[in-house]
Design a protein around this ligand. Structure first.
Ligand SMILES: C[S@@+](CC[C@H](N)C(=O)[O-])C[C@H]1O[C@@H](n2cnc3c(N)ncnc32)[C@H](O)[C@@H]1O
Length: 350
């Protein structure tokens, strides 16, 4: 038996950097910046130039910018576009951007204080340009995709994203990072990596600028139904579909939807026990051994159609109503937006 005291090598325990107590200050304005709110503002003029170049803005374009910060990017967009809509959670950021636009003599800015996930997007815009805060990157991209599925496409979205997030978003089926988001992006848009952008102010953040272009024509798919299927099969993306569709909670949810569909459509429910009905669909499509992370769009379309043909639906029939309520709430300009100011009608009805 070894009696030597167990001394851990100091190399095994990397020293943690002390958390800085003082907030970072914006070099130009002296405004304190919050990392938790994703306030990694752009300073590198070369990066700003590349983002604007990738956006290829036309004089008649309306541009939607999520998170204006102190307006570094906004000020480059204003001379190029017919209109720039922007929303930022922080009043001081919006005020700084508005004041810069005013000093520059620009009349085409509409800036709101609010949460971009709750404030509705402008009714129409051609290009979305944003140095996106990391925390809301995925939901904002989902919102952009939903706009396409609702028949209100934009021409392009140029987004600066954290490098690892962009890598996952651009990954292909079968690759390590291939996720529900990557799949949905693939369904609705073509995605291009434009450039790497390492910010010189916050050195440890490496970013990538991507450009999304909606597919034309948009795929004919009910986004709620599609996304609900993807959620189910990506919950354990390396498992076979056979295993995924044995999960009791999944079967219970599908069976409830199935019964609802049968009663709404006046169809007699199948005499086959529900779990067998589900696995018979997989068997007929030869998909028992498929695994979500390696499936391509065509396979998934086939799978969804096969389930739907048998009356098996993934999105609850109540979901449509919930979405509509959401929209009313969002467009009402009050209520859930809480302490944020009322939305101006111009923002909603450009
Ligand atoms: C990465 S900074 C980009 C700022 C500026 N566009 C730039 O490039 O310098 C992100 C900005 O988004 C704002 N922000 C964070 N969460 C937000 C949200 N949920 N809705 C709207 N803006 C948000 C932050 O206050 C911050 O100003």
């Amino acid at each position: 038996m070894c009696l030597r005291p167990c001394v851990r090598s100091s190399r095994a325990l990397p020293l943690r950097k002390p958390t800085p107590l003082a907030p970072k200050l914006h070099p130009a304005t002296g405004l304190p910046l919050s990392r938790t709110r994703g306030q990694h503002l752009l300073h590198n003029q070369g990066v700003i130039y590349k983002i604007v170049e990738a956006a290829d803005i036309q004089a008649s374009d309306a541009v939607y910018e999520v998170g204006c910060g102190t307006g570094e990017l906004t000020m480059r967009l204003l001379p190029l576009a017919r209109k720039v809509y922007t929303v930022d959670t922080e009043l001081r950021m919006v005020e700084e951007t508005k004041s810069r636009a005013q000093s520059g003599g620009f009349q085409n800015l509409e800036a709101l204080v609010g949460d971009a996930l709750r404030v509705p997007m402008p009714r129409r815009f051609d290009v979305c340009v944003s140095n996106l805060p990391y925390k809301i990157s995925a939901p904002i991209i989902f919102r952009l995709l939903r706009r396409i599925s609702e028949g209100h496409p934009w021409r392009a979205a140029v987004l600066m994203l954290q490098r690892e997030f962009a890598d996952r978003l651009l990954s292909d089926p079968g690759e390590k990072g291939f996720s529900r988001l990557a799949l949905n992006v693939r369904l609705f848009a073509k995605a291009f990596r434009r450039c790497a952008a390492n910010q010189n102010f916050v050195k440890e953040i490496h970013s990538t600028v991507i450009r999304l272009e909606p597919r034309v024509p948009a795929p004919e798919v009910d986004f709620n139904e599609w996304d609900a299927l993807i959620r189910v099969i990506f919950s354990r993306r390396r498992k076979t579909l056979r295993a995924q569709f044995k999960k009791l909670s999944t079967l219970a949810m599908l069976e409830q939807n199935y019964k609802m569909w049968c009663s709404l459509s006046g169809t007699k429910p199948s005499a086959i026990p529900f779990p067998e009905l589900v696995s018979s669909v997989l068997k007929e499509e030869s998909m028992l051994r498929e695994r979500a992370f390696a499936m391509d769009l065509d396979d998934l379309h086939l799978l969804l159609k096969a389930f739907n043909r048998r009356g098996i639906h993934f999105a609850s029939v109540h979901q449509g109503a919930a979405e509509a309520e959401d929209l009313d709430f969002a467009t009402s300009g009050s209520g859930g937006v809480g302490s944020f100011p009322q939305l101006t009608s111009d923002f909603l009805y450009p």
